[in-house]
Design a protein around this ligand. Sequence first.
Ligand SMILES: NC(=O)c1ccc[n+]([C@@H]2O[C@H](COP(=O)([O-])OP(=O)(O)OC[C@H]3O[C@@H](n4cnc5c(N)ncnc54)[C@H](OP(=O)(O)O)[C@@H]3O)[C@@H](O)[C@H]2O)c1
Length: 242
Amino acid sequence: MSATSRSALVSGVRGGLGQALAARLLDQGVQVVGLSRNRPSAPLGDHPDFDFVSVDLSDLPRLEERLSAVLTGRRFELAILNAGVFGKLAPLADTSIERLRAIMDLNVWANKLLIDLLLRVAEVDQLIAISSAAAVNGSGGWGGYAISKAALNLLMRCFADEHPQTHFVAVAPGIIDTPMLREILAHRPDARYPALARVRAAQQAGQVLSPEAAARRLLDARERLAALPSGSYADIRRLSSR
Ligand SMILES: NC(=O)c1ccc[n+]([C@@H]2O[C@H](COP(=O)([O-])OP(=O)(O)OC[C@H]3O[C@@H](n4cnc5c(N)ncnc54)[C@H](OP(=O)(O)O)[C@@H]3O)[C@@H](O)[C@H]2O)c1
């Protein structure tokens, strides 16, 4: 890699939003290090500027050992912490602490460890954590996920104070047609889960974006996100277009 080449890190590149983000960055001439358990299919998977690392980010004790060599000495103009899990649409009373911990492990603690490592062995100019409107809306049935995304927002806030050389932001990316969304929409309507009705209404109103359109919207907003105070949370749908 030449000293002047542009690089980004994206987690959760096997499908959904992360795959589209990685593909768009490559189209923009940015080299991409992509993390997920499974290699994305072609053309992303075999792009010459795509460096794929298979890693289970939920395996917290081995995360540093798995990623240290590949990240050491790198300079990333952008890191997008996108990998996430929804869990199951269910009342909190029916959700075990083990299930909640598993959601927190990937959505929060894996990102904490990844950021610790990145800032120790590499340099990152802009770090975007993919959050959700659920972080502030909360909703019956979305408990574990909503709590984890609220914690993720605060993780960015705290890192921002401790690492002024990197710009941190947590972003709700809008509603996107991905495997995660399809699994949520497979549930029958349930009055206990108001966010499910909101998502279904958005789908019927044609407000659900393709992963490619969502990735374009997010990457087009990079400068506007960087202009926010570091540690902010923003919903991309409410970010001024100027
Ligand atoms: N879709 C939406 O409408 C929506 C709305 C708001 C926020 N978001 C957020 O956007 C992000 C992407 O969501 P998505 O809808 O694209 O989800 P998705 O379709 O379920 O994709 C999740 C990605 O994360 C990777 N991943 C899952 N578990 C992993 C693990 N243990 N270690 C490493 N990688 C792992 C998956 O690849 P492997 O299975 O190969 O590991 C996959 O690439 C998430 O943070 C989600 O919370 C999505």
